[in-house]
Design a protein around this ligand. Structure first.
Ligand code: SF4
Length: 403
């Protein structure tokens, strides 16, 4: 089978994965301190926050990775998913000033920009032959309300009906609702009717309001983030969720964050993918940040896979962690490596150096070289297609000899 489809709830996951996991875990000699966790995983029980601490503190990183990898393989076999996408950041003008953000500008700054709808559509045109998803997030523009965005999205859909639009983080949705005097639900319903397909997960940062007051003062509260995603799911809009780590949070904060997300996912299964990414310090204003090491990034991805039993996909976000670490993360529980990403500003202004010129074929090659099967997916993980990492053959041309 080279192409297949799935429901939102299943998201490409093998239905027998719990049985497979039991078989994989059984014969191996695990460290003694992992025994209660192995027992829970074998019997399909949820890991507790205390279990999460044991995993985070486990000395043997490769054993932790192996455990997370078994859960990944049980769900998805050797498949690794990616899509063909581009990021269009519609404006960098923002009324907030989160300390970790290297992207935002005030309206008066010389490099502030706000694309008109026509400019946005022209930007889309550049990539429309080969992408099937536009990922659009931006600043909280003081003048753009829900009518602006419904107009932008509906025009984009008329021009490119086959391109999926994943746009607007929870805080942007809240900002639009406030500017437009609407409830969150009314705002989401209008966006959905205009053609919005899904929400990205950005803006979760760490779901602890004391930390949020320091690193992203003025942003939506933890409860608001969760409620906005919950309400999107109630309207049938799927979404992703994220975690920014390596600022000033503790391990406990990260585990509580994961626990909050999986409880929302328990309600309706429309959280598709969890995207954990470390803070990148360039050009931002958080000198007290405890930057994550490569060990900690891999550890966090592995723990995410083990804790987030109700969220099917875990992303190795190559835009942020780079291609090399993303490749390694595929052996630590991640099953998705994001997309081709023709352009992106937010992570790159903060110091990311990951490639922006990948085609489907060289991204497939990266996955294949890491030992996995490259599978192109759509935005909502409902359609899948095997991809060959071989580039398309050029047509042979006969030499024309001019007489
Ligand atoms: S992270 Fe988003 S909300 Fe915060 S300053 Fe940057 S653009 Fe604005």
């Amino acid at each position: 089978m080279t192409e297949w489809s799935s429901s939102h709830a299943v998201a490409g996951c093998d239905g027998d994965w719990n049985d497979k996991l039991r078989e994989l875990l059984g014969p191996k000699d695990w460290s003694n301190n992992l025994a209660p966790i192995i027992e829970k995983l074998s019997s399909g029980k949820r890991l507790t926050i205390e279990d999460g601490h044991i995993l985070y503190n486990h000395q043997d990183l490769s054993e932790l990775g192996n455990l997370a990898h078994m859960v990944k393989v049980s769900r998805f076999g050797k498949n690794v998913f990616f899509n063909s996408n581009v990021h269009i950041n519609q404006t960098n003008i923002c009324v907030l000033a989160c300390k970790f953000c290297a992207f935002r500008r005030s309206k008066k700054q010389s490099d502030a920009y706000a694309m008109s709808i026509e400019e946005y559509l022209l930007e889309m045109d550049k990539f429309s032959d080969y992408v099937d998803e536009i990922h659009s997030v931006g600043g909280l523009h003081p003048d753009w309300d829900v009518e602006y965005y419904t107009s932008l999205i509906s025009q984009a859909k008329i021009r490119h009906p086959n391109i999926s639009i994943k746009a607007l983080t929870a805080v942007e949705v809240k900002h639009l609702a406030n500017l437009s005097n609407l409830t969150i639900k009314e705002t989401l319903a209008k966006l959905s009717s205009s053609g919005l397909d899904s929400l990205p997960g950005g803006g979760a940062e760490i779901l602890n309001d004391q930390i949020r007051a320091i690193i992203c003062n003025g942003k939506e509260s933890s409860k608001e983030y969760l409620d906005i995603h919950r309400q999107a799911h109630e309207l049938g809009i799927p979404s992703n969720c994220t975690m920014l780590f390596g600022t000033i949070e503790s391990i406990d904060d990260r585990l509580i964050h994961m626990d909050k997300l999986r409880r929302v996912a328990d309600e309706n299964s429309l959280f598709q993918c969890f995207v954990p990414y470390p803070f990148l310090p360039d050009s931002s204003r958080l000198p007290q940040a405890q930057l994550a090491t490569a060990n900690e990034i891999l550890r966090t991805i592995a723990v995410s896979r083990l804790m987030l039993d109700s969220i099917p996909h875990i992303k190795a976000y190559r835009m942020n962690i780079g291609d090399e670490l993303a490749e390694l993360a595929l052996n630590f529980g991640a099953d998705d490596i994001d997309g081709t990403v023709g352009q992106e500003s937010i992570m790159h202004l903060a110091g990311a150096t990951s490639s922006l010129d990948y085609t489907t074929y060289n991204l497939a090659k990266l996955v294949k070289d890491a030992g996995f099967i490259p599978v192109k997916r759509n935005t909502t993980y409902t359609r899948f297609k095997l991809v060959s990492p071989k580039p398309p053959q050029r047509k042979r041309r006969l030499k024309v000899i001019n007489a």
